[in-house]
Design a binder for this molecule. Structure first.
Ligand SMILES: [Zn+2]
Length: 76
């Protein structure tokens, strides 16, 4: 719990909640991967990170479709 940097823990989490979270898919935000798979995570509304993604679109590095998937955390 101490390492959560992104989303706030819900007020009432069932005791077994942790067991449904893939341990290999911890919330992880890096400059190269600012968006995680958790669609409720506030990172998907990070203006700076989103701006960086769309700058990559402007630069022709990725397509708008890829940018959308990236922001939504739907990484391949
Ligand atoms: Zn996140």
């Amino acid at each position: 719990m101490a390492t959560l940097t992104c989303r706030q823990a819900p007020a009432s989490v069932p005791d077994n909640f942790a067991y449904v979270i893939p341990v290999d898919d911890e919330l992880d935000h890096t400059p190269l991967k600012p968006f995680c798979w958790d669609t409720t995570c506030p990172c998907h509304e990070d203006d700076d990170a989103i701006a960086a993604v769309y700058q990559a679109v402007q630069d022709g590095l990725i397509t708008p479709e890829e940018a959308t998937d990236f922001v939504l955390g739907r990484l391949l």
